[in-house]
Design a binder for this molecule. Structure first.
Ligand SMILES: *[C@@H]1O[C@H](CO)[C@@H](O)[C@H](O)[C@H]1NC(C)=O
Length: 270
């Protein structure tokens, strides 16, 4: 009995060690922009990007991924973040690239952030959606990421799917299933468009603006993961519906000006 628990304890400790190792950000990521504005701390368990009048900053993963449940925890720029953009995305390289985007658009203190998502497949994007969040993303860390299989891509905020992009290759819509993607983030000045369409500018007296990251986590999946299932369970559909009904402010699928005929993926996706 004792040794059973002891072995269990050893296995548990090893798992925790492995988990710890997998989220050591200074091993998983490298600086892509302005090393003097990027700070690793807590022994590499946490990292911060800064934006000031001199520069924004950014990082990227050393590894690339093809499918997977990929997420990390982010605490967005607090206070007056108007005009700042925290981009967080997966992207492949070269022409005809695939990209899965989260862009967090800052706001005046107390006014809500906007989360814009987009999907590029074989170089084609123009699939913006925008939502408000149901919490203040500057108060605590929350998990943001994708569950990416050969059938669906779910954009996740904590345990809530905010968007699904399904494989519609049969209808001639390119789908990201061939190119491995790296994970990227950057913090920059987007005040020509980000906040209220560019009306609200950055207040540089509030600089430096800082976004914090931790717990990078990748659960590998293969091309056949989730095959034969719809990939999105009824609980997830319910949550997605709740987001669409209560927090959605823009959906390219419903933008008749841009798309008099909705793009084919819009027939099933949300
Ligand atoms: C900022 O706040 C205003 C007023 O509440 C809101 O209309 C806008 O959508 C918010 N977010 C951004 C990014 O502009």
């Amino acid at each position: 009995m004792g040794s059973f628990f002891f072995r269990g304890f050893i296995v548990f400790s090893l798992l925790m060690l492995l988990k710890g190792a997998s989220s050591s950000l200074d091993k998983e990521f490298y600086v892509t922009w302005a090393a003097d504005h990027v700070r690793f701390f807590n022994g590499g368990q946490e990292l911060q990007l800064a934006l000031d009048t001199n520069s924004g900053s950014g990082f990227a993963s050393k590894n690339k991924y093809l499918f997977g449940n990929i997420n990390m925890q982010i605490k967005l720029v607090p206070g007056d973040s108007a005009g700042t953009v925290t981009a967080y995305y997966l992207s492949s390289e070269g022409s005809n690239h695939d990209e899965l985007d989260f862009e967090f658009l800052g706001n005046k203190s107390g006014e809500p952030y906007v989360v814009q998502t987009n999907v590029y497949a074989s170089g084609k994007g123009d699939r913006e959606q925008r939502i408000y969040l149901w919490f203040d993303p500057t108060k605590d860390f929350h998990s943001y990421g994708v569950v990416w299989t050969a059938q669906h891509i779910l954009f996740m905020v904590d345990s809530v799917p905010i968007r699904v992009f399904s494989n519609h290759k049969a209808a001639g819509v390119a789908y990201p299933d061939k190119q491995a993607m790296g994970v990227f983030s950057s913090l920059w000045n987007g005040d020509n468009w980000a906040t209220q369409g560019g009306l609200v500018k950055i207040d540089w007296s509030q600089a430096p603006f800082v976004a914090s990251y931790r717990n990078f986590n990748v659960e590998p999946m293969t091309a056949s993961s989730g095959e034969g299932t719809s990939g999105v369970n009824s609980e997830q559909w319910k949550k997605l519906q709740w987001v669409k009904e209560n927090f959605m402010i823009y959906n390219y699928c419903n933008d008749k000006q841009r798309y008099p005929l909705p793009p084919p993926e819009c027939t099933t996706d949300m």
